[in-house]
Design a protein around this ligand. Structure first.
Ligand SMILES: *Cc1c(COP(=O)(O)O)cnc(C)c1O
Length: 641
């Protein structure tokens, strides 16, 4: 590496790790190798096995799988399922709890077949089940749990068909629960189970009054759109008793919202749920299952705080809090401990996927030349602007900045009125940029930075254009201001000297990322390396396994990305367990009801006509038609191979 490539010889991978916070949010799954590449690390019986992400990227290119791509590490998915089950098992043993834990994975969080399949396969040893919120998800759950005794929780609005499906699962011996969300579902459940002569397992979703921190605070509380009020709950109990089916009421469900950053909220929620549980037992329902929903957070920032994208607790504390809270409430009432059910989605799948993409281009605000010459004959404003360059010093920074803005604006005004030429305006903008860049460079030497100049470095940051679509691959950044860890996956032994925001391929002004989390808090710019000629620069967006893949849309008709599933082996080797090619242009066009064959035929006619009119030769026609066909069947993203 030449000196110019490494601007700071003292810089080490440890500095990069600190800068990007990878050891804080990476949960020991991700770290930086000595060669400056991010590696994924998996534990096999206490022995860590690592693979470089760049090595996987090279393997992908060899297989014709180009950027952008979603990379899933199967082992991480397995490890999360294992960790969740083992943590609850430990809390149960430590707390002397007299029942077990049964996890269910909410399919909506990532419905991709191979994700769900892996959770079913790996989770079998723990009887890990599924949560289904629709008929389609119930169908997935019933098929995937064919040889598992994991439970199925049916949430959401249920019609007669949904209920029949669930009853058939019940008839085949599956512990499949209908969670009543509104009273109107109950008559259908009663009627269908009588008609088919199959006893249902019934659960009830309650509204807790606990106010929760974080983005999903409205999923709980009085105004939550989900769950029964206490008055409705009593009507449900009475209706079941009247139908002689109170013995079918077996589960209480409560979901406080997703990504609960504060452990105090978890504790209050569980305590309240236990009161409801006890009340239903006292009403004569057999119960036996307490389902605490999702909400277990992911520390996207690695900050360990109760801010929206973080969490102030660890998984073992979460489990211990739940176990203790249940004992605390139910033991004095001598109520038997229920099976603890949780529906952790985000915490199960977030770590296993990352989005990888290359940078196509960088635009920066650097002046084209710092010693701009001005012609002898030129307008006053330009001359004044030029003079600022000469007198700029640490002592008069603020004054020079104000003057530079003033004369630049004056020149723009003159241009507007036809009194300055395009060339004069270009020169003025260039001198202005030279001045503000010099000012920005001097700022670190100041004891006190004037408030007006505090964001100057951000304002002058580069724009790195990434080969991805925010709307397709990272919808939550756009929709709910989600923060994900983002960093280069190589060159990390080299100091990243540029400050940048990221723009995607869509020509939409919302298609940008300008909020980044760092261990020191949120920033509007991300430090990155300058592009090297002839070399790709790769970034990774991490912890994107939850909620991103199916919420994505076809903005600007960018389609699904390539996906690879990689599995690491104990001997340090790894394999491409599965690979999926993303949408072709023909695929996305057919999603919006175009007929690719018809488009091709239309285009052939256009080309034929051009031949007839003497615009192109027959040979040119074949080349053009061929190019059209190849594009139609190509990737929707930028391809440079
Ligand atoms: C979305 C959802 C979940 C999953 O929540 P996470 O916070 O991702 O674990 C669980 N249960 C219900 C009812 C949900 O709606």
């Amino acid at each position: 590496m030449t000196a110019s490539q490494n601007p700071d010889p003292e810089w080490t991978t440890a500095d990069s790790a600190q800068l990007y916070g990878i050891n804080a949010w990476g949960a020991d799954y991700f770290n930086i190798a000595d060669n400056g590449e991010v590696q994924v690390s998996v534990d096999f019986d206490g022995k860590p096995v690592t693979v470089s992400l760049m090595e996987i990227v090279r393997g992908m290119h060899e297989r014709g799988l180009h950027m952008p791509a979603i990379l899933r590490i199967r082992n991480l998915l397995d490890h999360r399922v294992e960790l969740l089950n083992k943590s609850f098992a430990k809390a149960i043993a430590d707390g002397g709890y007299r029942n077990c834990y049964r996890g269910v994975y909410p399919i909506k969080v990532n419905q991709q077949c191979h994700v769900v399949e892996e959770i079913a396969d790996y989770g079998r040893q723990y009887s890990h089940g599924f949560e289904a919120g629709s008929k389609a998800e119930l169908i997935i759950a019933m098929a995937q749990l064919s040889d598992s005794d994991g439970i199925i929780i049916c949430n959401g609005y249920k019609d007669a068909e949904f209920i029949e499906l669930g009853l058939y699962a019940r008839q085949m011996g599956k512990p499949c629960f209908f969670v009543v969300e509104t009273l109107s579902e109950l008559p259908i459940i009663i009627e269908r189970s009588r008609a088919l002569n199959i006893e249902p397992l019934i659960g009830v979703r309650i509204k807790t009054t606990v106010a929760v921190d974080g983005y999903w605070s409205q999923d709980s509380g009085d105004r939550s759109i989900f769950g029964l009020s206490t008055a409705s709950l009593m009507r449900l109990v009475d209706a079941l008793r009247e139908a002689d089916m109170l013995h079918c009421l077996r589960l209480l469900h409560c979901h406080l919202g997703s990504q609960i950053p504060n452990i105090r909220n978890v504790r209050s929620g569980v305590l309240e749920a236990c009161r409801f549980y006890a009340g239903l037992v006292q009403e004569g329902a057999p119960m036996g299952y307490l389902d605490l929903g999702g909400g277990l957070a992911v520390d996207y920032e690695g900050a360990r705080t109760n801010s929206t994208h973080s969490m102030n607790y660890r998984l073992d504390e979460y489990c211990a809090n739940i176990v203790e809270s249940i004992c605390e409430t139910l033991d004095p009432l001598e109520i038997e401990h229920p099976v603890i059910v949780s529906e952790s989605g985000r915490a199960t799948v977030a770590y296993s996927s990352m989005l990888l993409f290359n940078i196509l281009n960088v635009s920066n605000t650097s002046p084209s030349t710092t010693t701009a010459m001005i012609p002898d004959e030129c307008i006053e404003a330009l001359r004044n602007l030029h003079a600022i360059q000469e007198m700029l010093s640490k002592e008069n920074l603020q004054e020079c900045y104000n003057d530079a803005v003033f004369y630049r604006d004056e020149l723009r005004e003159l241009f507007h009125h036809g009194q300055a030429s395009l060339r004069e305006r270009a020169l003025a903008e260039n001198i202005y940029l030279a001045i503000v860049h010099r000012i920005a460079a001097m700022l670190p030497q100041l004891k006190r930075v004037p408030p007006e100049l505090q964001n100057l470095r951000e304002q002058l940051s580069d724009i790195y254009y990434g080969n991805f679509s925010l709307f397709q691959s990272l919808p939550d950044i756009w929709a709910i201001d989600q923060l994900f860890p983002i960093m280069p996956i190589h060159r990390l032994a080299e100091k990243p000297e540029r400050l940048a925001i990221l723009a995607d391929l869509t020509c939409d002004c919302d298609g940008k990322i300008d909020r980044f989390s760092t261990p020191d808090g949120e920033r509007n710019v991300l430090p990155l390396h300058p592009l090297q000629p002839g070399e790709e620069y790769y970034l990774g967006v991490f912890l994107v396994g939850a909620y991103q893949e199916t919420l994505g849309d076809l903005h600007n008709l960018f389609g699904d990305t390539n996906v690879v599933n990689v599995a690491l082996n104990p001997d340090g080797s790894y394999e491409f367990a599965r690979e999926f090619h993303g949408d072709s242009i023909a695929d996305v066009l057919s999603y919006v009801e175009y007929e690719p064959k018809q488009l091709q035929e239309n285009f052939r006619l256009v080309a034929e006509k051009a031949v007839r009119n003497g615009k192109i030769s027959v040979a040119q026609r074949s080349r053009i038609v061929q190019a059209f066909r190849e594009s139609l069947h190509g990737y929707t993203y930028f391809e440079n191979h």
